[in-house]
Ligand binder design. Structure first.
Ligand SMILES: O=P(O)(O)OC[C@H]1O[C@@H](O)[C@H](O)[C@@H](O)[C@@H]1O
Length: 286
């Protein structure tokens, strides 16, 4: 039971035997174990020394997702997926440590000096027997009247699965639209069909009514990913075709995961001074 701090991470242990490890670098969940089995895919080629965003686990994308927009300028010069996944966060406190769950809160440091916005970004990770819940909290701390703060954010979760070619991803309601990045960002309307990974998949779904995606791993297990506050969800697996181009992806790594990524990314979320955004991801092992 409990919360253990190491120099580089915070480790959660729940009385059921489940555990999680969160690196301070990026407030990055690098491990989540249930019944002794690892539920997060992390590439064996991932850099874990803080020199580069970690390939796997749960990277936090903020204040942008994907390639930066062409304007305004201070957003345009950001790196892919923003800077939060490359910052060293602070472990703030243990929120609870009991049978219902073990929960901890992290706070992001100030933004890079050329990103002149006053916000508070925090992250709460809660572990229970079969569930991991990760919540992003963003508050616009500007005091000047009407000074909005705009951002995108996303939890880029790499769910470990035994064989991605056997996966069936479902519960995306008919009529939901998505941007298909493989098809030059074409907007497509879902027919409610299951997604299978038989070619590169890189889709950003918008407003899935159920706010819940199911992953059947084809071997009798899987995940249910629920989200609140987030309006969008990316599904990504590069398969061999594109996975080979990723320098820190292990050979055949794409066979071992699927990314289901709840976020607010189709548009920019705007907060007025004092306003708060909460985006929650709740993953249950089935
Ligand atoms: O290599 P990165 O920056 O971690 O991004 C990985 C992938 O992240 C996904 O969320 C995007 O939709 C993909 O287009 C992208 O390739």
């Amino acid at each position: 039971m409990g919360v253990t701090e190491t120099a580089k991470s915070v480790i959660l242990n729940h009385e059921s035997g489940s555990s999680a490890e969160i690196y301070l670098y990026g407030a990055h969940v690098v491990s989540w174990k249930v019944g002794g089995k690892e539920k997060m895919f992390v590439s064996s080629k991932a850099s874990l020394d803080g020199s580069k965003a970690i390939r796997g686990g749960i990277p936090i994308c903020f204040p942008t997702f994907g390639p930066p927009p062409s304007e305004p300028e201070e957003y345009a010069r950001l790196a892919q997926h923003g800077f939060a996944r490359n910052q060293i966060w602070k472990f703030e406190s243990t929120v609870m440590d009991r049978k219902e769950g073990v929960s901890v809160r992290f706070i992001a440091p100030s933004p890079p000096t050329d990103f002149k916005h006053n916000y508070k970004l925090s992250y709460v990770v809660t572990l229970s027997a079969h569930q991991l819940s990760t919540d992003v909290h963003i508050v616009n701390q500007e005091t000047e009247k009407d000074k909005e703060f705009k951002f995108q954010t996303l939890l880029h979760t790499y769910l470990a699965t035994p064989n991605s070619s056997k996966l069936k991803i479902s519960n995306i309601d008919k009529g939901t639209t998505y941007i298909d990045k493989i098809l030059d960002a074409k907007t497509v309307t879902s027919q409610g069909e299951d997604i299978i990974i038989d070619r590169p998949i890189d889709r950003v779904y918008h407003k899935i009514p159920s706010q819940e995606i199911h992953v059947d791993d084809g071997e009798g297990s899987g995940y249910k990913v629920r989200f609140r506050g987030f309006e969008d969800a990316t599904i990504w697996n590069p398969t061999e075709v594109k996975g080979k181009e990723i320098a820190d992806m292990e050979d055949k790594g794409w066979e071992k995961y699927v990314c289901v990524e709840p976020g607010y990314v189709r548009e920019f979320k705007s907060l007025q001074p004092g306003e708060e955004f909460i985006g929650q991801q709740i993953i249950t092992v089935l």
